[in-house]
Design a protein around this ligand. Structure first.
Ligand SMILES: NC(=O)C1=CN([C@@H]2O[C@H](COP(=O)(O)OP(=O)(O)OC[C@H]3O[C@@H](n4cnc5c(N)ncnc54)[C@H](OP(=O)(O)O)[C@@H]3O)[C@@H](O)[C@H]2O)C=CC1
Ligand SMILES: O=C(O)C1=N[C@H](C(=O)O)C[C@H](O)C1
Length: 252
């Protein structure tokens, strides 16, 4: 458990599109960063344990392949972990869950406040419209490596939770073949510099409804990540938290 009003913040993936914005938002609280290329002048190191030892909390917006290693390094150092990286496989997610038994971990596929609210609405509509076909469409910039986006998957999980059904049994990533009753479908587009668009559709024979979110500026994620880091670094016990926790309680 950490107690600090001025936490020392590290950024894993500090050279990336989001990591560089997080570093700007952190300002004087930035303690250093993690990259495959060291830069001593900016306190950028290549070793996760070294960074963790000099930080109270690390914002991780790097690459899914690094997650199991980060989980061990941050847990050993007792450093809180804000994890925004998406595209995790089951092994990586298990490593996150394990680390959260030792340190405070806030995992969020999307740090936007409005998108976090959309997840609650998705759950509510999923429960209220159990017979409607749920389809999730997402569009991102051409550099994105994972599909569907982590946010699309989180929206799908929220709908499944509202319906009280196991997500893995109802999720349909493939566009081929008929959609079975109760399916939650996914579709992805990639192109240009689209920051992040998500639409959740519920279709019936005689009506449909859509929840839409557009991220217009990547800074919305960076600001959210900093909010999460402050919330987590202040006084959180070991455990696995979500963005909704940081937003609900950010005034306490
Ligand atoms: N939770 C949220 O709100 C958001 C989450 N994201 C997620 O954050 C992650 C990063 O996104 P983004 O900043 O756009 O990505 P970038 O590719 O721009 O940045 C990722 C950084 O990770 C480092 N890296 C380490 N290992 C690898 C590897 N094997 N392959 C590629 N990069 C590697 C690279 O730095 P170096 O070369 O210096 O090692 C790179 O700059 C993604 O998973 C994305 O989905 C993105 C936006 C919002
Ligand atoms: O890679 C991105 O850019 C984004 N990734 C996150 C995701 O996979 O959901 C969040 C946001 O949509 C931008």
């Amino acid at each position: 458990m950490t107690h600090s009003s001025s936490p020392r913040i590290g950024i894993a993936g500090i050279t990336g599109r989001l990591g560089s914005l997080c570093a700007q938002e952190a300002g004087p609280l930035l303690a250093g960063g993690l990259s495959r290329h060291a830069d001593p002048a900016r306190n950028i190191v290549t070793d996760a344990s070294t960074l963790a030892q000099s930080c109270d909390v690390i914002i991780d917006v790097s690459h899914a392949s690094l997650v199991p290693h980060h989980a061990r390094a941050f847990a050993e150092a007792g450093c809180a972990w804000v994890l925004g990286t998406t595209g995790l496989d089951k092994t990586a997610q298990a490593a996150v869950n394990d680390a959260s038994k030792t340190i405070a971990v806030l995992q969020a596929a999307n740090f936007s406040p409005a998108l976090t609210m959309l997840l609650a609405l998705a759950r509510e509509l999923g429960a209220a419209l159990p017979d409607y076909d749920a389809e999730i469409a997402e569009t991102h910039h051409r550099q994105k490596v994972d599909a569907p986006s982590g946010t699309a998957l989180a929206i799908g999980r929220a709908v499944a939770a509202g319906r009280n059904v196991p997500f893995d049994q109802v999720a349909r990533m493939d566009q081929n073949g008929k959609r079975p009753d109760g399916a939650i479908g996914f579709a992805s587009l990639r192109g240009g510099q689209v920051v992040g668009e998500h639409d959740l559709h519920f279709y019936a024979a005689d009506e449909d409804i859509t929840l839409s979110h557009r991220a217009l500026d990547r800074r919305v994620f960076a600001r959210g990540a900093l909010k999460a880091a402050h919330w987590l670094a202040h006084h959180r016990d070991a455990g696995l938290y979500g963005m909704e926790d940081a937003l609900r309680k950010h005034t306490d």
